[in-house]
Design a protein around this ligand. Structure first.
Ligand code: CA
Length: 234
C-alpha cells in the first residue's frame, strides 16, 4: 500500500483546526496539527509532509513569515494559505512569499478539497516528469524553478512553473484558459472564474521566456482557443 499523504495544518483557532482535521482525515489524508507559527515552521521543515495548510493570523510567527521561512529551506513543499484576510494585498503577499494557493475563510468544503488535490497532483507531476524544457535558446528546469534564455538566468515562481510545465506537456496544442484553471489551479467550475488570472501569469511568463514578449514565439495566443506552447515556428 502506498504511504498515506500527510498534511500539516497550522491553525490557532481550535474549532477551525478540528474541522479541518476531520475533513482531511475523512478524505484519507494523515494529519498533524500545529497551533502556532514556530511549531508549524519546525514541523514543516521535517520533510514529512506533502502539503501545508497555513493560517495567516497566528500567535508568534505570522503565516507570511512561516511561509517565507519554509521557502528559504524548501522550494517544493506545497503551501495553501487559509485566512479570513482576503484583500488583494494579502493574496498578493501570500503568493509573493511562495504560497501555492490561497483560500479565504469561510471556505466551501468541496472547493477546499479540490484545491488540495490539485496542488498535490501538480506537485506529484513536477516530481515525476523529467522536469525539463528545452526549446530554442530556452532551457527550464522545473524542479529548480530556474532556467536560462540565451545567457540570461531565469527564476520562476511555483505557479509559473506549473503553467509552463502543463503547456509544455501539451505542446503544439491550444490549451483553453478554462482547462488551465481546472488543471493548474484546481477550479471545478472554471467557466465561472475570472480568466484574467491566467492572462496575468502568461504575461509574466512571456517577459521571462520570450526574446520579444510583445511578439511571442513560444507562448502563442490562439484567439478564441487559448494558449499554445509552440515548438515549431508559425
Ligand atoms: Ca488564526
Amino acid at each position: 500500500m502506498a504511504p498515506q499523504t500527510e498534511i500539516l495544518i497550522v491553525e490557532d483557532e481550535m474549532a477551525i483546526a478540528e474541522g479541518l482535521i476531520d475533513l482531511c482525515e475523512m478524505n484519507g489524508y494523515k494529519v498533524k496539527h500545529a497551533a502556532d507559527g514556530e511549531t508549524g515552521l519546525a514541523e514543516a521543515l521535517t520533510g514529512k509532509y506533502s502539503l501545508v495548510l497555513l493560517d495567516l493570523m497566528l500567535p508568534g510567527l505570522d503565516g507570511f513569515t512561516v511561509c517565507d521561512r519554509i521557502r528559504e529551506k524548501d522550494k517544493n513543499l506545497p503551501i495553501i494559505i487559509l485566512s479570513a484576510k482576503n484583500s488583494d494585498e494579502d493574496i498578493i503577499n501570500g503568493l509573493k512569499y511562495g504560497a501555492d494557493d490561497y483560500v479565504a475563510k469561510p471556505f466551501s468544503v468541496p472547493m477546499l478539497l479540490a484545491r488540495i488535490s490539485a496542488v498535490l497532483r501538480r506537485s506529484r507531476q513536477t516530481l515525476e516528469g523529467d522536469g525539463k524544457l528545452v526549446a530554442g535558446n530556452l532551457r527550464v528546469n522545473f524542479r529548480e524553478y530556474a532556467g536560462v534564455r540565451g545567457t540570461e538566468p531565469l527564476q520562476f515562481t511555483r505557479k509559473e512553473v506549473e503553467i509552463l510545465e502543463y503547456l509544455w506537456k501539451n505542446r503544439d496544442r491550444a490549451v483553453s484558459r478554462a482547462e488551465l484553471l481546472r488543471e493548474v489551479w484546481g477550479y471545478e467550475n472554471a467557466e465561472s472564474v475570472d480568466t484574467r488570472t491566467v492572462d496575468i501569469h502568461i504575461t509574466k511568463l512571456r517577459k521571462k521566456i520570450e526574446d520579444e514578449p510583445s511578439h511571442p514565439q513560444l507562448l502563442v495566443t490562439f484567439r478564441g482557443e487559448g494558449y499554445q506552447f509552440c515548438t515549431t515556428p508559425e
